[in-house]
Design a protein around this ligand. Sequence first.
Ligand code: FES
Ligand code: FES
Length: 165
Amino acid sequence: MTTVSMTVNGKPVSADIEPRTLLVQFLRENLRLTGTHVGCDTSQCGACVIHIDGRAVKSCTTLAVSCEGAAITTIEGLAQGGTLHPMQEAFREHHGLQCGFCTPGMIMAAIDIVGRRGGELDEQTIREELEGNICRCTGYHNIVKAVAAGAEAMAAGRPLEHAAE
Ligand code: FES
Ligand code: FES
């Protein structure tokens, strides 16, 4: 066992874990943050995307011990006092989900895209950038619309999640 400490959604956490523990296991099993999903065992689906120090990362291929001292944000950390993050709101508004299994990873990836590429995203850019996120309900049309709208809302001055990290 080894001790790992990090900040998750603004709260300091510390635990004794097996060195082989994946970050997604740590979040789901130790911290009970089950909004981060596991949708494959090949690092392809993106259901497990979270942010480490403000950057989107697949938590199924990250060792928890490698996050010592890092600031982690999961889907549970986006809403502020009952107000959804603009990207969450955009997914709701534009029906960017069907079963919802891929949605947390899509939203975390989308916020990262805005952080890197800005708020004016065309369809091709969004589709290329979401290459690492699979929606098995194949609802990409509305997901793309939601990401574009969420990006615009974020750029319009509503709080950027990256800025808080
Ligand atoms: Fe991480 Fe599929 S569970 S990429
Ligand atoms: Fe079902 Fe994407 S909404 S997997």
